[in-house]
Design a protein around this ligand. Structure first.
Ligand code: MG
Ligand code: FE
Length: 167
């Protein structure tokens, strides 16, 4: 496989990953009730995620890729996303935050790989797109990392008071 073919495969993988992220974030934001700041941040990143998927699609099309097969690849990240946006017994907000934190770091790794590949192919436009997306993933991962302990404190305090805490 040439590096140009490889870049196209990995752009498609990234597009599938963003569609999975969109499904996960959308499910989470619709379920969160007691954590307004977390909900707002997830909604903000959901909008970013939709733009990311669109930008990747443009890169794929510009490189002559066939977007009709994108649907087939969506299952690739299903295992990772499975249950992440779903219901958990009593600690949904915590398990969801942990899953999001993990997912953002997987995205960071994917864009580091894509940037290096696009550099090797001399595709400056794809480098710029992936660098922009990477910055958004880094910012979201950092926010989640910085807020995991405060979400946990809120959860523990709400749960102990017998208030609605799980989501
Ligand atoms: Mg993303
Ligand atoms: Fe992300």
């Amino acid at each position: 496989m040439t590096k140009d073919d490889r870049l196209l495969v990995w752009l498609r993988d990234a597009h599938a990953m963003e569609k999975q992220a969109e499904a996960m974030l959308s499910a989470q934001s619709s379920r969160i009730e007691s954590y307004p700041e977390l909900k707002r941040k997830i909604e903000e990143h959901l909008a970013e995620t939709r733009r990311q998927a669109g930008m990747l699609q443009s890169c794929i099309e510009r490189r002559g890729g066939d977007t009709s097969t994108l649907k087939d690849l969506m299952g690739k990240f299903a295992a990772m996303g499975q249950g992440l946006g779903g219901a958990f017994m009593g600690d949904e907000v915590i398990k969801g935050s942990m899953a999001s934190y993990t997912f953002e770091h997987m995205e960071i790794a994917a864009y580091e790989v894509l940037i290096a590949t696009a550099v090797a192919c001399g595709d400056q436009e794809t480098v710029a797109v992936c660098q922009r997306i990477l910055n958004e993933e880094v910012a979201m991962a950092a926010w989640l990392g910085e807020n995991l302990s405060s979400v946990t404190s809120q959860f523990l305090s709400l749960e102990e008071k017998g208030a609605s805490a799980k989501r």
